[in-house]
Write a protein that binds this ligand. Structure first.
Ligand code: HAM
Length: 440
């Protein structure tokens, strides 16, 4: 028991709140999260993906090398700190780098066929918090690593995300109309992209005084990112810039053409967006994004692309790679906006008991029903039936099992259907079967 001094300390204690950009996901919303994650596991399994559990932090150098030092993610947004041995550690801002590290560390290239891995969990970026943008956010992501860069793999990965999103209840739309929309692009390879970037840089230098300070800085550091700009004043300049599609090498042009054929073969609607360059350095060729309505400025629910060469860059054997990550927070928001945010209430049975001999029977009944898979709420303080049934209604229980002196003496239970109040008294040992039948 707390003494008076302790109690004083409690009243004076400050109220803690989650830090900005970080939040709890309490019930009932957590039920929707569980449903979404379960659908993801089911869909990913049908495409042959296996779960990989990854660390939450890694050496900072891993992200610097893969995501790139000139990106906002590494340059401005990582939570990095020196470990006690002075190694620089970072909370993961994304997980593709970790998957590739794990692939190399476990020699997974010796496994037969493509290595297909998925992960889900929190990522950390110190961005300015707003609707759909958090500092701890969640991703469901998947990666395919192997020897083939066939565009059919890209199309299958995209198909899989769309199947998942649709199974969650978000309808497909067309650009400009409600529903989610797929945008694709090719950003070339190490043969053709550097030449294009130089062309772009030269064009940006010419238009420098029409650009804001961020874009001006990016002319040197990362000119492709200028294409991402949402600044109204820069849009006219950007529309006149050279477009990568006109500067792809033969192999990249063919790959992009085939990707589009592969999507059409799967009857997947898409829009080519030449400005889709993505904010991570490891991409080459295919990039894609899926946007959903109702999310405001942060409307990308999913981003992904091809990263052939990343495994080598991190010290592994030559390997092709493609993957995506879906922002779970944003998908949940989009589902809620679309009115698909409801999760079925989990409580099947409330056990209302009264009288000195009823509690042991209530304990037994609760255990029997739970063993049969029903969710059961068992009060431990004795209550008048009126109060207990009122609570059962507020908890949205589907059934109340009523146990009073009469029932206990007769070895029966009374089952009340909460929706319409219909009651039946049945032998206790017939209860599980009865509920299975009526609630099935
Ligand atoms: P990303 O585009 O940086 O790609 O992130 C993927 C998705 O994560 C975004 O489309 C968005 O839905 C969500 N997301 C990103 N930042 C936030 C935030 N601050 N708050 C809420 N949601 C956010 C990647 O992370 C790559 N690793 C994807 C990938 C996998 N590419 C190939 N394989």
């Amino acid at each position: 028991m707390a003494n008076d001094k302790d109690r004083g300390a409690v009243t004076e204690a400050r109220k803690f709140q989650a830090v900005p950009g970080v939040r709890d996901i309490p019930p009932p919303e957590s039920a929707l999260w569980n449903r979404v994650e379960q659908i993801a596991r089911d869909v990913l399994a049908t495409y042959g993906f296996e779960d990989i559990r990854l660390p939450i932090f890694e050496q900072t150098e891993l992200f610097a090398r893969s995501v790139g030092t000139s990106t906002d993610i590494v340059g401005k947004e990582m939570y990095s700190f020196p470990d006690r041995d002075e190694t620089s550690i970072s909370l993961r801002p994304e997980a593709t780098a970790s998957v590739v590290r794990a692939y190399i560390e476990h020699g997974m290239h010796t496994r037969p066929g493509d290595v297909k891995l998925y992960y889900m969990g929190p990522m950390f970026r110190r961005e300015r918090p707003q609707k759909g943008r958090y500092r701890q956010f969640y991703q469901i992501g998947a990666e395919v690593l192997g020897q083939s860069d066939h565009p059919g793999i890209d199309a299958d990965v995209i198909e899989m995300v769309l199947v998942f999103i649709e199974r969650c209840g978000l309808p497909a739309g067309r650009p400009g109309s409600p529903g989610h929309t797929l945008y694709i692009n090719s950003i070339g390879c190490k043969e053709c992209r550097p030449k294009y970037v130089e062309l772009l840089r030269a064009a940006l230098v010419n238009a420098k005084d029409k650009l804001g300070p961020d874009s001006q800085r990016r002319i040197e550091t990362n000119p492709l990112r200028v294409l991402d700009s949402k600044l109204e004043a820069e849009q006219a300049v950007i529309e006149d810039l050279p477009r990568i599609a006109d500067h792809l090498c033969e192999a990249c042009r063919e790959h992009f053409k085939m990707l589009q054929a592969m999507l059409s073969m799967r009857k997947i609607a898409y829009e080519v967006n030449w400005r889709l360059v993505r904010g991570l350095d490891y991409y080459m060729r295919t990039t894609f994004e899926i946007t959903a309505p109702g999310l405001g400025a942060q409307n990308a629910v999913c981003g992904g692309g091809r990263y052939d060469g990343l495994v080598e860059l991190l010290g592994g054997p030559p390997t092709k790679g493609i993957g995506f990550a879906l922002g779970t927070d944003r998908l949940i928001l989009a589902l809620q906006e679309a009115g698909k945010g409801g999760a079925a209430k989990a409580l099947d049975v409330y056990v209302a008991w009264m009288g000195p001999n009823a509690y042991p029977v209530a304990v037994r009944v609760a255990r029997t029903l739970r063993d049969a898979g029903f969710s059961v709420e068992l009060p431990h303080e004795e209550m008048k039936f009126k109060k207990a049934l009122g609570l059962a209604a507020r908890l949205e229980a589907r059934y109340a099992v009523i146990l009073g002196d009469n029932e206990v003496a007769a070895g029966t239970v009374t089952v009340k259907r909460m929706a319409d109040g219909k009651q039946e008294t049945i032998p206790e040992n017939a209860l599980t079967q009865h509920l299975t039948r009526v609630s099935g």
